[in-house]
Write a protein that binds this ligand. Structure first.
Ligand code: TMO
Length: 316
């Protein structure tokens, strides 16, 4: 009798501790959005998951490099797409200062680099080697770039250091930065009509792979140090003489204070893991199907309950 009541008393105490821990703050969880579609849709997918758990959520559109400083300071709560190629250095620098941490990887392999639609290779058959691309530079010349080839890079905040790479490898190319991701897709679309050779910045997972067969240019392989140590890579005097990682990570990051303030949402965030096809699908819902990001997220959640519901139920 005594043992039973003792047991149930401690079971009760345990239950109430668990309940107290699972109580999330009513303050909004602040989720940053950037300038490419999968990240915006994924942010709304996760935001709507948090709302389904009773949390309140606020979205802020932010610079994709400066966001790591904002997460570190707790001004925004988390970041859902930390791409190794574009954001690895900013993420790692912020972690060294302290205030944010790695909440684990998505089940995805990423690559971000110079890319061409397949018809380009008919005009420049030595592709995908970067040396072959460079020998074909004149094929990519435009009035804007004179006798050099034009490489259409992404918006500047993705900080790809393309010009440094062109300089370090002695390439006959001029880097032009697109104002938006959609300007990249417009370039491929207009080149398709007369099968004009183009080389642009692209990445995977993305919707593009379903629409245009293509390949990444093969640069000298990425190795640690090539972005900051001149001695590393084929040019002993310059940095950035390599491609981006061909098997890059895609991580989630959170403000260190998130777990204490929103323990249930944090537990769910830890469980969240999207795959390459799921991420490409999120981009497709906006870039091909032309849904608004909120609606794309709602649609994704409706079609994929079996994937995300266990992240919530198993989350506490
Ligand atoms: C960061 N991005 C996926 C656009 O390369």
């Amino acid at each position: 009798m005594r043992i039973t009541s003792l047991l149930s008393a401690s079971a009760l105490a345990l239950a109430s501790v668990t309940a107290a821990q699972a109580q999330d703050s009513s303050d909004p969880i602040v989720i940053p959005t950037h300038n490419w579609s999968s990240q915006i849709v994924m942010s709304h997918v996760v935001g709507q998951i948090f709302e389904s758990m009773g949390n309140s959520v606020e979205y802020v559109s932010t610079d994709s490099q400066a966001v790591y400083e904002s997460v570190r300071l707790g001004d925004v709560t988390l970041e859902l797409e930390v791409w190794e190629g574009a954001f690895g250095p900013a993420f790692e620098a912020a972690m060294e200062k302290g205030g944010l941490h790695d909440v684990g990887d998505h089940n995805a392999v990423t690559r971000e680099d110079w890319w061409y639609p397949m018809w380009t290779k008919e005009a420049c058959p030595g592709l995908p080697s970067w040396e072959a691309l460079n020998e074909c530079a004149a094929l990519f010349a435009t009035p804007e770039t004179g006798d050099k080839g034009r490489f259409l890079g992404g918006p500047v905040d993705w900080l790809k250091h393309d010009q440094e790479r062109v300089d370090a490898l002695g390439m006959d190319f001029v880097v032009v930065n697109a104002g938006s991701a959609s300007a990249l897709w417009a370039e491929v679309g207009s080149a398709e009509r007369d099968r004009r050779p183009v080389v642009i910045f692209n990445w995977t997972p993305n919707f593009v792979e379903a629409l245009y067969p293509g390949e990444f240019v093969e640069f000298p392989e990425y190795v640690d140090g090539c972005k900051d140590d001149p001695a590393v890579g084929p040019n002993p005097e310059m940095t950035y003489d390599c491609g981006n990682p061909a098997n890059g990570y895609l991580k989630k990051a959170a403000w260190d204070g998130m777990e204490e303030k929103w323990p249930a949402a944090y537990a769910t965030l830890k469980n969240i893991s999207f795959t390459n096809p799921q991420i490409a699908e999120m981009a497709k819902l906006v870039d091909i199907d032309e849904l608004e990001p909120e609606d794309a997220a709602a649609e994704w959640l409706e079609q994929n309950e079996a994937i995300w519901k266990p992240w919530v139920d198993g989350g506490a």
